[in-house]
Write a new protein. Structure first.
Lengths: 98, 220
């Protein structure tokens, strides 16, 4: 039941990404524009696994960005579920009532 | 608004790590054992949504784009402290898996987007203190979202201005106005999207919205 709920949420978000990725701007964001106009370059000390939201084995483009988005959604869901577990009240299921 | 490695000085990066860790520790203390089990789904799904929405850059002018930060949205839904932790997780995943935002610059990014971002919660509370009408709530959402992006960009600009890399280009006197110029516009997008999302949620899911602390009198 719970797993099904998160599977549906993932699916909905992938559909959202599938619909909006074609309209996303590929221009640099405000901060990137400012930094590059001032002639400062990033220093790559960590490449990540899917740098720039693309799975390098698949090149760049719509499908690979969508796939990276899918992985990102799964990672964020998993990590925030762990956070949620950590911050909720422990007394669940009714058996621990005084 | 993610700072990559090399954009700020290592010393600034270390200081920002220390500042952000202090805020995160406070947030952790505030949220621990404070939420019902039913909160977990809202936390996870809204965080995953914000991650997705951040991938969709919108054009603000030829050659420059912006994207939602989403911290105001999360602060409204989750409260400021859980919102701060949620936003930090999103930034961590972006830096670790997607190299979006630097590793050394992570503390600075948490400060600029997660910590300044969720301060919107208190701005909204302040703006809606004497007036709980939907119009006032919507305009407060817009204003607070806009302000959080502008203040975040100001913080990023100040952090970068400590780096000698910008000295020859004019340093702080050039970075601050340039960052504010773009983020005043990007903030309008943040405001419009956040306001639309929250007001739609209020129409479609009034039960979720009425249970939120921001809709009640007391600031948690």
């Amino acid at each position: 039941m719970t797993i099904k709920k998160y599977a549906i949420a993932t699916l909905v978000l992938v559909v959202f990404l599938a619909a909006f990725i074609p309209f996303a701007s590929s221009s640099p964001d405000g901060l990137e524009t400012v930094v590059s106009s001032l002639g400062v370059q990033p220093q790559i000390i960590w490449q990540g696994f899917m740098s720039d939201y693309s799975v390098s084995a698949l090149g760049s483009g719509y499908v690979t960005t969508l796939l990276a988005g899918f992985f990102g959604v799964v990672f964020v869901l998993t990590a925030t579920l762990a956070l949620g577990k950590a911050i909720t009240k422990k007394s669940q299921g009714g058996s621990e009532k005084p | 608004m993610h700072i990559s490695d090399g954009y700020i000085d290592p010393a600034t990066a270390v200081v920002m790590f220390a500042v952000s860790i202090a805020f995160l520790a406070l947030a952790w203390k505030k949220v621990k054992a404070d939420y019902p089990q039913s909160f977990v789904a809202l936390l996870a799904i809204s965080s995953a949504f914000v991650f997705s929405a951040q991938m969709i850059n919108f054009q603000i002018m030829p050659g420059t784009s912006g994207h939602l930060v989403g911290a105001t949205f999360l602060a409204v839904l989750l409260g400021p402290y859980a919102g701060m932790l949620s936003m930090t997780i999103i930034l961590l995943m972006q830096a670790f898996f997607f190299a979006d935002g630097g590793i050394l610059a992570f503390g600075a990014n948490v400060f600029n987007m997660a910590i300044i971002g969720v301060s919107s919660y208190f701005v909204i509370k302040l703006l809606t203190r004497n007036n709980k009408s939907p119009t006032r709530f919507a305009s407060s959402l817009f204003a607070a979202s806009w302000l959080s992006v502008v203040l975040g960009s100001l913080a990023a600009a100040l952090e970068m201005s400590f780096s000698p890399a910008y000295a020859s280009a004019g340093g702080i006197t050039v970075i601050v106005p340039a960052m504010l110029f773009y983020h005043v516009l990007i903030g309008l997008g943040e405001g419009a999207i956040t306001m639309t999302l929250v007001m739609s949620l209020q129409r479609l899911q009034p039960a979720i919205m009425s249970s939120l602390t921001i809709m009640k009198g007391k600031i948690k």
